[in-house]
Design a protein around this ligand. Structure first.
Ligand SMILES: NC(=O)C1=CN([C@@H]2O[C@H](COP(=O)(O)OP(=O)(O)OC[C@H]3O[C@@H](n4cnc5c(N)ncnc54)[C@H](OP(=O)(O)O)[C@@H]3O)[C@@H](O)[C@H]2O)C=CC1
Ligand SMILES: CC(=O)C(=O)O
Ligand SMILES: [Mg+2]
Length: 758
């Protein structure tokens, strides 16, 4: 916390409203007298008796299996020292909060008045019936070593001292990657560890198991170098004693050293010390809240440095938050009896490998970054990367099973991964399925406006994710400059700067002329039109030189759609196009149409739009249940809109008897199966909620989706353009990178379907 303002902000954050950071929330209904008789006496006696008969049933009837005790005595709180149990509580509540948001694990934080090993062990051991796991936190060395050793030996649930092993795992992963980037070999590096406490000792052990040589490691505590002749040290630290006589001070030790590990206290390292380090040095200044050396000072001292800190406000946050939520998640899910070396190493490698994968746009956005990429400023994943739960927890669970400490097994890993994902954030399973569908047969997608950063970023993502092969249309020099500026990597991507004379323009101009000569287009004009990305892109798709076109970022909808209509045209048997949104809502996915094209459709047009939409929903492997919406329910109101929608439904029932559709209907009845069944049991939606909503006009459709997006917490994917012969999709002005990526994914699936139907 640097400035007085930030200090005050932090105090306000904790004190405003309900003091502290966490609360307990019931997970069962508590609305009625009946609910309460189940939750408490007399109903509660039933699970009590079951558990009394079979103690393992505690996992079945209580929260134990998902409950971790975060336990501290406040003797080594962050780098603040022995500040006591009460003062440690904000940190422990913070750990509880992180367990919950990152891994959906519930936590009771316990700050206990127990400083001797015996007292501490007795208390924690007695808590075994309550918890599924124990996370020991901020307990000073050397007591922490004995406490953890005894608890692990005497308890049957996983116990982990986070400052030791959580930190070791994360910094181990970071060390592997930093060495790779700096071109250093672990078995050759000279390492200095400043700090000889819980974290330093455990981290050093894991570095040795990753290949660092004991003789190349020296360690300091507050009294100086750890040497064999020191009388003030315990076994744990003495194992890192060095015989080297050439070192007295930290400055001496850092001369020629490759790596400095700081797990001590803030601001105890100076820029001059770093200046003596070897070429391409690696510095992990992990003391919290102040690192051993400030990020900026370190960067200034050495241009060739990789520097990481424990803080979230600089690149490379090496902090155990990347580990403990996911390690416990994996351990709890297989009911592991311990967290062993195999599980820790599995976590190290899962975290290290993740950093080398393409970074999801949501992570860039969360950190206000443009293009996070494996390298000097991105050696390990960011804490807000939602892939951590699937990558790390699954690796830990698997290692637990393979190493024989799991009491439950996992056989369907895809289902487990799905379950892990659904623990965090809204369930966007459908979007993931669509992405998998796209990846199964990637298509060539031509991007209009590719000389725009957002388009290029999206193109890069879909290329990296193997969703599509991009073709870039735009000013070639500009495109190349953006690629260079943002260090993007497109390999040998095709870039076309559309103008008459560019690839295939004579063929395209003739085609355009042939088709539009009686609509006022001369050959000269046709040639000129091809410098418009939308005309050129539509021609590429029409001639099969690309499978889909993505456009519209910089022009309005009507201007963008025109070339596609003129060159590609509508599907056989279809007289119009329509627009649809896939809304990812907290209650699940719902399709909305028409939201973008037809302003005030007639009954006949609405029938056609509904048929188009219903067919398109099926493309996503969803069985459509369509509600034609109005402000009335099954004839409850008169007026042109309810009467029109009733007529639409009549015609659909008659001409499309297989379609599951009903209306006129109000939106709340359409989306609430119970209400619908109670009030309108005759509905042909057969007691199920609709997943496809047809709006009577553009006004209502457009307003509804935007309201839902802004205040309903829904993500809008689209607009998905329906009715064209080939896959062309038009972005909304100002779409975000994520929205563009989603559209490309949809465009690929659409191109696949259209290819099949040919
Ligand atoms: N980024 C991360 O994820 C994590 C960071 N940490 C940070 O690491 C630090 C240590 O934590 P932890 O191991 O739990 O605490 P401990 O109290 O167990 O250890 C602290 C160690 O640092 C030594 N020390 C203190 N000041 C100095 C100094 N100026 N120079 C050299 N050594 C010094 C102490 O020496 P002595 O024994 O002689 O007192 C002791 O060996 C804290 O700042 C903590 O915030 C810890 C865990 C995770
Ligand atoms: C991050 C952490 O656990 C610590 O600094 O103690
Ligand atoms: Mg800690």
């Amino acid at each position: 916390m640097d400035t007085p303002n930030r200090k005050q902000d932090a105090l306000n954050y904790h004190s405003k409203g309900r003091p502290g950071k966490i609360q307990v929330i019931p997970t069962k209904p508590t609305n009625s007298q009946r609910d309460l008789t189940m939750a408490y006496s007399p109903g509660v006696a039933e699970p009590c008796l079951r558990i009394a008969e079979n103690v393992d049933d505690v996992y079945k009837y209580t929260a134990k299996g998902n409950l971790v005790g975060v336990i501290s005595n406040g003797t080594a709180v962050l780098g603040l020292g022995n500040i006591g149990p009460e003062a440690s509580k904000p940190v422990m509540e913070g750990k509880g909060l992180l367990f919950k948001i990152y891994a959906d694990i519930d936590v009771f934080d316990l700050e206990i008045n127990a400083t001797t090993v015996d007292e501490f062990v007795t208390i924690v051991k007695a808590l075994e019936p309550t918890f599924g796991g124990i996370n020991l936190e901020d307990i000073g060395a050397p007591a922490c070593f004995e406490i953890e050793r005894r608890l692990k030996a005497e308890m049957k649930i996983p116990v982990m001292h986070d400052d030791q092993h959580g930190t070791a795992i994360i910094s181990g992963a970071a060390l592997l990657n930093a060495c790779e980037i700096q071109g250093k070999k672990l078995d050759k590096i000279k390492m200095v560890v400043n700090g000889a406490g819980a974290a330093a000792v455990s981290c050093s052990k894991i570095y040795l198991s990753l290949g660092v040589k004991q003789e190349n490691l020296v360690m300091f505590d507050i009294n100086g170098l750890i040497t064999p002749d020191r009388q003030d040290l315990d076994e744990m630290r003495l194992q890192f004693a060095t015989e080297r006589k050439d070192i007295k001070t930290l400055t001496d030790a850092l001369k020629g050293a490759d790596v400095l590990i700081g797990l001590s206290a803030g601001n105890c390292v100076t820029p001059d010390m770093l200046k003596g380090m070897a070429k391409n040095p690696i510095v992990f200044a992990m003391a919290n809240p102040e690192p051993e050396i400030a990020y900026d000072l370190a960067i200034k001292a050495r241009k060739d440095i990789i520097i990481a800190t424990g803080r979230s406000d600089f690149p490379n946050q090496v902090n155990n938050v990347l580990g403990f939520p996911y390690i416990f998640r994996g351990a709890l899910d297989v009911r592991a009896s311990a967290i062993n070396e195999e599980m820790k190493l599995a976590a190290v490698h899962a975290i290290a490998n993740m950093a080398k994968k393409s970074v999801p746009e949501a992570v860039n956005q969360a950190y206000n970054a443009r293009n996070l990429k494996f390298g000097r400023d991105y050696i390990i994943p960011k804490p807000m990367d939602q892939r951590l739960i699937t990558e790390v927890s699954a690796a830990v669970a698997k290692a637990a099973i393979d190493s024989g400490v799991a009491r439950k097994t996992i056989t369907d890993w895809d289902a487990y991964t799905e379950q892990l994902r659904s623990r965090i954030g809204p369930d966007d399973k459908l979007l993931r399925n669509i992405t998998n569908q796209a990846k199964s047969n990637p298509k060539r997608v031509v991007f209009a406006d590719a000389d725009n950063y957002k388009i290029l970023r999206a193109a890069q993502i879909v290329k990296d994710e193997k969703i599509a092969t991009p073709i870039l249309l735009g000013d070639e020099a500009k495109i190349k400059a953006i690629i260079k500026q943002h260090d993007m990597d497109f390999g040998d991507v095709k870039i076309i700067d559309p103008h008459y004379g560019a690839e295939n323009t004579e063929k395209y101009a003739n085609y355009l002329f042939e088709h539009r000569q009686r609509r006022g287009i001369t050959l000269y004009e046709a040639r000129k039109l091809l410098s418009d990305y939308n005309y050129y892109g539509a021609c590429m798709v029409e001639f099969g030189e690309a499978d889909a076109l993505i456009s519209g970022l910089s022009k309005n909808y009507a201007t963008t759609i025109k070339p596609a209509l003129q060159i590609i045209g509508v599907q056989k048997g279809v007289s119009r196009v329509a627009g649809m949104y896939l809304m990812i809502t907290p209650k699940g996915p719902v399709f909305f149409g028409d939201t973008t094209v037809n302003v005030d459709p007639t009954v006949e047009e609405l029938v056609e739009i509904t048929v188009l939409i219903e067919k398109s929903v099926k493309q996503f492997n969803i069985s459509p249940r369509v509600a034609v919406l109005s402000y009335s329910n099954f004839g409850s109101n008169e007026g042109p809109i309810p009467e029109g929608t009733r007529e639409v439904v009549r015609r659909l029932h008659k001409h499309h008897p297989d379609m599951v559709v009903d209306g006129d209907m109000q939106a709340n009845f359409a989306l609430n199966a119970e209400m619908l069944a109670d009030n309108f049991p005759f509905s042909t939606l057969k007691g199920k909620a609709a997943n496809t909503l047809i709006f009577p006009n553009l006004e209502s459709g457009n307003i509804a989706y935007k309201l839902l997006q802004e205040i309903g917490g829904a993500e809008a994917v689209g607009p998905i353009l329906l009715g064209l012969k080939k896959s062309v999709h038009i972005l909304q002005l100002g779409s975000s990178v994520r929205e563009i990526v989603n559209m490309v994914t949809i465009a690929v699936v659409d191109a696949q379907a259209k290819e099949q139907n040919q």
